[in-house]
Design a protein around this ligand. Structure first.
Ligand SMILES: NC(=O)c1ccc[n+]([C@@H]2O[C@H](COP(=O)([O-])OP(=O)(O)OC[C@H]3O[C@@H](n4cnc5c(N)ncnc54)[C@H](O)[C@@H]3O)[C@@H](O)[C@H]2O)c1
Length: 329
């Protein structure tokens, strides 16, 4: 038996946590022969609810679940962790400005960044899910300067999965036929799902779907607005699909990418594709060894794509400037 991987999940008593923890504990994230030690981090008032989740995890008798540590103490929660999945954050409420949200959540992610740097294992990798996830990741990373830049990720995989599913439905194929789908930029309504470089059964999407107006219009807006559509339909935000995307994100970062394909995840910009350095931006990413990764280079970016990418990058710059002004980075 392998020795356990230690995984911290913040916001563990929340909606996403309620799906995610059971997927991790069952082996979906790290494989059927990899034991996991879970560190479940919550704010003090949510600990009783978290206790109920722990009881349910116990009741599953998962063979791979090595231990469970529920805690509101960041030092204990991040101690020796190999993966930190930062899901918890405060949702935007009616009347709250984006700046207020950045300020409230910013404070959470400064503290978590510092605690990760102080306590985590030397190989720690961090995936930020709590919104606004790109900028929260930037804040946490800026507060943990000792952790290498390539270990920080923010989640855009749910957007990639949504985009693949929309393209598959339009083309009348199974979603596995859709590959090479990049989400560029911010996980927000400005994100750009790039159909120009995506493929369906190895062919360019634009060769398979001739309805260019749909691709440039409804397809993009459906993906951008999918979160809002789910809130409207369900009365609460996407949770099981978000948890599934966290599983997919970690799996894609820990297993070699299929030849010729890539996945979407927001990473530290090294200036690729003219994106300002240091922004946490979603790019096409691939890994050959499941540890290191690279931004796929030299994809064609036409005028339409460039204008969309510029819009989402501009939003990221505005968020970065706002948190800089607040003294969070
Ligand atoms: N990146 C994505 O694709 C994506 C997709 C869906 C949701 N999200 C985001 O994920 C986050 C969580 O969503 P949810 O539906 O689980 O929300 P939720 O409100 O159900 O749960 C959030 C949990 O976080 C906890 N929390 C708040 N502050 C905390 C802190 N400082 N430390 C630890 N825990 C804390 C809360 O107590 C709560 O239990 C939200 O910000 C949501 O917008 C991101």
């Amino acid at each position: 038996m392998k020795s356990p991987i230690t995984v911290a999940v913040t916001g563990a008593a929340g909606q996403i946590g309620y799906s995610l923890l059971f997927r991790i504990a069952s082996g979906s994230m790290f494989g059927p022969d990899q034991p996991v030690a879970l560190r479940l981090i919550e704010i003090e008032p949510a600990l009783p609810t978290l206790n109920g989740v722990v009881m349910e995890l116990d009741d599953c008798a998962f063979p791979l679940l090595h231990s469970i540590t529920p805690t509101a103490d960041l030092n204990e929660g991040f101690s020796g962790v190999n993966w930190a999945l930062l899901v918890g954050s405060v949702p935007r409420k009616a009347g709250m400005e984006r700046k207020d949200l950045l300020s409230i959540n910013g404070k959470i992610f400064t503290g978590q960044g510092q605690a990760i740097e102080k306590n985590a294992a030397s190989d720690v990798r961090v995936v930020v899910v709590g919104n606004p996830c790109n900028t929260n990741c930037l804040i946490a990373k800026s507060n943990a300067p000792g952790i290498p830049s390539e270990r920080w990720f923010a989640m855009t995989r749910l957007d990639e999965n949504r985009a693949k599913s929309q393209l598959a439905a339009k083309a009348g194929v199974h979603n596995t036929a859709v590959t090479n789908l990049t989400i560029w930029g911010n996980h927000s309504a400005t994100q750009y799902p790039d159909f120009t470089n995506a493929k369906i059964n190895g062919k360019s999407v634009t060769d398979v779907i001739s309805d260019q107006a749909w691709l440039e219009g409804e397809f993009i807006s459906t993906v951008q607005q999918r979160g809002a559509a789910i809130i409207k339909a369900r009365g609460s935000s996407s949770a099981a699909s978000a948890a599934n995307a966290v599983v997919d994100t970690v799996k894609s970062l820990t297993t070699p990418t299929p030849a010729g394909d890539w996945t979407s995840v927001a990473v530290w910009s090294d200036g690729s594709y003219g994106v300002e350095k240091d922004l946490i931006t979603s790019f096409p990413i691939r890994t050959t060894d499941g540890t290191s990764w690279e931004i796929v280079q030299d994809l064609p970016v036409n005028e339409f794509s460039q204008s969309r990418i510029d819009a989402t990058i501009n939003e990221l710059k505005e968020e970065r400037d706002a948190v800089k002004e607040l003294g969070l980075i």
